[in-house]
Structure formats: structure tokens, C-alpha cells
Design a protein around this ligand. Sequence first.
Ligand SMILES: C[S@@+](CC[C@H](N)C(=O)[O-])C[C@H]1O[C@@H](n2cnc3c(N)ncnc32)[C@H](O)[C@@H]1O
Length: 255
Amino acid sequence: MSTLYDRADIYDLIESDARTASIRHDWKTFLGNRPIRTLLDVSIGTGGMTLPLQELGISVSGSDLSKSMLARCRQKAEQKGCPVTLLQSDFRDLSCWSGNSFDCVASTGNALGYVDHDGVLKTLEQMDRLVRPGGFICFDSRNWEKIQREKKRFYLYNPFFKGDTRINLVQVWDHHADGTITFNLLYTFEQHNRIIQKELFEEHYHPFSKDLVLGKLAELGYTGTALSPVPSTIQETDFDRIDWYRVIAQKASDG
Ligand SMILES: C[S@@+](CC[C@H](N)C(=O)[O-])C[C@H]1O[C@@H](n2cnc3c(N)ncnc32)[C@H](O)[C@@H]1O
């Protein structure tokens, strides 16, 4: 079964000017007045979450496992006239960035759950090595604990429209006995009330607890940890009721 990330064109169907503006506004609220001028996203994908930071005066760099996602990210950045440095890399080994350091090293788009728990811990260690003293680690994640409690399977999304084509997205999640989850994503493309194209993808996730990652940040010496719902317009403070969260934490100045 193919991965969505080989079809960056389909992945990006969700994008719109309104979504990009709201992502930018969300970052602004979330980052507040933290001194961040350079940011590396180790799961940058097509840059939908990260390129909007450029208009906030942040210089963006990125890596990702998927060549196709990186190619589209590069094209989008060049079209904006704001090229980015992009490298292909698994975030469990970020040695391609050695010799660089950033004000903030991030993983966006619920990507940490792609690897098992050892992989998540290793990734945080690798990210930490690239954060300047006094800098920040940031990542977002679905609330896997809520997902595992509820074991919801069917997700229907509002249709997207591209010209005279309506695109429908349905997700069906398989919850496996070992705790991993497969997201089955079905895109159907229709014109004149007839489906003219179907695309099916599978993504596999390893749910992890918030304590796994917050515990690792503490072990690495990070403090000032803040956790907020995504998007930040959600006012919920009860973690059990949040679907998606983002974390930022600060490295020691002598780290
Ligand atoms: C849901 S997409 C998010 C992309 C982008 N951050 C965004 O929010 O639009 C998840 C991304 O994680 C990347 N990814 C998955 N496993 C990875 C790994 N082990 N190392 C680096 N990137 C990985 C995928 O290629 C994909 O681009």
C-alpha cells in the first residue's frame, strides 16, 4: 500500500490561503516573545506548517524522510521567493545537520508517532544536539492517550474543491492488538456527481504518552515546558479532552 507522502500533490490538497493564515497566527500566539530567529523542522514535509513562519521573520530550514514532500516544499518556498535549506533525513539520525545550531528545533505534523518509543526518545536526543544553548525544542502530536481510550474508527472531513472537482477524504483507523494504529485514507475525486478517481493510502503510527516525551525533555535538562492545544484558539485546559497538542521547552543556557 502506498504512503501519502509519495503523493505530495494530494497531501497538499488541504492547503488554502485561509489555512496558511491561521497556521501563521497560531504560531505567533504560541511562540509569543521567545527569541526565535532560526528554526529547523525535522519533519517539514511540504512545509505547510513551517513555511508560514517566514513571514514572522524566522529563517526556516528543514529535513524529512520523503523526497517527494521535500521537492514540493522546495518548489513552494522558491515560488514565495524565500528559499529554504532542505535535506533528506530520518529524524532518528540528524547527523546531516551537524555543525549547525538553531534557536528552535521542531517536529511538526504529528510525525514523532511514526517511529516506536525508542525512536521517539532517540529523535528528541538528536534534536537536542542541534538546539543552541538557551534555545527551544518544539513538537506537536495527536493526543494518543485520548485516541487509545476512545478507539474511534471513522473520520469524515469537509470536502475540498479544486476548480470543478470535489475531493472527499474519509479516514478509517485500525487499532491493532499491539497498540499501533493504521490510518487508512481514502480520497475520492468527483465531477458532475460521479467519482472519477480514487486514491488509497495507509499510514502506521506508534502511539506514545505525553509523559514519555515530557519525561525525556526533563532528562535532557529542558525547563519552562509549555503545552497547548492545536489550534491555539481552543481554550481547553483538560489534557484528556484535547485532540492535538504542541509542546515547547527551553534548553539550559549553559547546555
Ligand atoms: C503528516 S506529515 C507532516 C508534514 C508537515 N510537517 C506538515 O505539517 O504539513 C508527516 C511527515 O513526517 C515525515 N516522516 C515520517 N517519518 C519520518 C522519519 N522517521 N524521519 C523524518 N521524517 C519522517 C513524513 O515524510 C511526512 O512528511
